[in-house]
Design a protein around this ligand. Sequence first.
Ligand code: FAD
Ligand code: NAG
Ligand code: NAG
Ligand code: NAG
Length: 598
Amino acid sequence: MAATHIALFASGLAVLLLLVQGSPPGPVVQCRSGNTNCTVTNGYGAFPDRSTCRVAAVAYPSTEEELRLVVSDATEKQQHMKVVTMYSHSIPKLSCPGGPSGQGLVISTQRLGRSVSVDMATSRMTFEAGITLRALLDAAAARGLALSHSPYWQGMTLGGLLSTGSHGSSAFGKGSAVHEYVVGMRLVVPSPVPVNGYYAKIVNLGEDDPDLLAAKVSLGVLGVISQVTLQLEPMFKRSITNRVVSDVGFEQTISSYAVTTYYGDISWYPSQRRVVYRDDIKVPITTKGKGVNDYLGFRAQPTLVGASLRASEERVEATGNAEGKCVLFRLQVDTLIATGMGFKNNDGGLIEFTGYPVIGNQSDMQSAGSCLRSPEDNLLTACGWDPRFAGFFYHQTTISIPFTTISDFIADVKKLRDAHPDALCSTELYLGFLIRFVRNSTAYLGKTDDVVAIDITYYRSKDPKQPRLYEDVFEEIEQMALFKYNGLPHWGKNRNVGFLNVKNKLGAKLAKFVSVMQKYDSNGLFSSDWTDAVLGLRGKEVVVQGDGCAMEGLCICSTDDHCAPKLGYYCRPGEVYEQARVCRKIKSVEADGLAWSA
Ligand SMILES: Cc1cc2nc3c(=O)[nH]c(=O)nc-3n(C[C@H](O)[C@H](O)[C@H](O)COP(=O)(O)OP(=O)(O)OC[C@H]3O[C@@H](n4cnc5c(N)ncnc54)[C@H](O)[C@@H]3O)c2cc1C
Ligand SMILES: *[C@@H]1O[C@H](CO)[C@@H](O)[C@H](O)[C@H]1NC(C)=O
Ligand SMILES: *[C@@H]1O[C@H](CO)[C@@H](O)[C@H](O)[C@H]1NC(C)=O
Ligand SMILES: *[C@@H]1O[C@H](CO)[C@@H](O)[C@H](O)[C@H]1NC(C)=O
């Protein structure tokens, strides 16, 4: 059985390499009538708790003046608001307004996507906040300018990626978080008393304004970001070589790798016992090369192939065939490596990947996302996670751990891996553990240390009550990263438990953030139960207790009912990190009970 699926998948990959079509993502706001009575979702079509977000209306301002009117009208009515972006790529329930369900307003930045101005003398450009990363990079490149760092995916907007602290990978200079390169911002914020007839005002934050430290990374709770000025630099090139080696001892060299490789990152495939180093450096613009990063995972996938891969994933999950999963995903990783991950040496060339290094302009190498740009083809092809077909569906645990303890963390994960060699295959369909670097920040919700940000992506069932293979190992790693190593969550990813105790981890920085928030939005119109819970305000909690809650990361189990006792999953301590409480599959409870108490 496994063999047929592998063959199908391998031939699917061949098809995938030839296709250039694709359906762009569908709308995240859908309304019953015109722009009223709407539901809001994210790019995956599901929030972590799978709740539905209902709002009274959506507004599509196309100028700052219209935006001011929208915020003013809602403020006068004391209506809760949130910004929603073109594709809404964050996993947590960030885009849903607070207040009573169905009565809030979402303000789309879809029509606020222009470049506003450029200052060539200082290499600075100002953009409207709804501009997508792809459009921003193109507009800058047209002036010979480059954004020093960015996330790897082009579908997010400037306002959205800043609001969650998004980043690429670098331990050099100010590091890889885009907000480090923000030198000005304009916000539209509520005004409880009218100013010139508006219940909204425009705040213009200059480079040295301390409030900018709150506005750079804000979870959208200060008001609407209207415009952002970025410090860019003259265009340069990057030279990228992917290097595959054994994972023996690699954790000891993460720090030295980070300080010697400008844009380096590491994909660790724990069950395959190998790591892929992305040796990625800055080279002069005069270096020969027209390379492009068209990462395979962000190309339009034939939906038939995507659905059949997902069906195989579901089948190995349902039959408990972890080994089958390992075989299937190892082949996938081999194919990815052999095809250069989707790097093209010469954009437009007939043969895409001819070998390393791949050298190209920063704007062509720093991110990818061709599945966004392809013409509508009735879902013949689409981004791999597009919820309109039965493709990828996953959890993403993204936690950053200080450089000082990263090797201990990896060593702990290796202990779990050695005890359960097949357990982590689940991650290997999705780049394994993707390891990137981010510097400490003066932004209040930015990183408190120089950190290693780790993305762990793994199977999520469509059925929230269904456990995954090696549920316990994944939960233990998540809790270890969060509590033993005091990791900070990525604001735009993670399951609910990722945000436990954030208030204490950020300490005084969080208090400073909250005071700026209260200054700009004293009535909390841009706050919601979710942002309150994350920031530790008004007694709101990120966890949701209930039967089976631990399996979706809505809680940490403290009783068996939080797991799935009927399916054989019980709440037990961790194996390496004993303080962890995880849902473990146990063949016989009596036998285990004895073992546990012994
Ligand atoms: C395929 C994929 C790859 C990714 N790769 C990376 C990566 O390499 N690195 C990384 O760090 N992250 C990555 N992410 C995460 C992503 O960068 C964040 O989730 C980002 O916040 C998404 O931006 P968005 O424009 O879709 O914003 P949304 O998710 O729609 O919004 C995020 C928050 O910002 C608020 N907001 C948005 N715009 C404004 C505005 N103008 N004013 C006020 N508030 C606003 C929203 O209300 C919401 O609260 C990836 C996500 C996906 C789906
Ligand atoms: C909104 O749509 C729902 C679902 O169709 C409907 O039940 C409800 O009455 C509508 N509400 C308003 C205010 O129109
Ligand atoms: C790379 O950038 C340079 C400088 O802006 C530009 O002249 C050149 O056309 C770009 N190359 C490609 C392949 O786009
Ligand atoms: C960041 O860390 C460096 C040392 O690595 C330190 O000198 C600097 O003050 C720190 N900056 C912030 C904003 O914490």
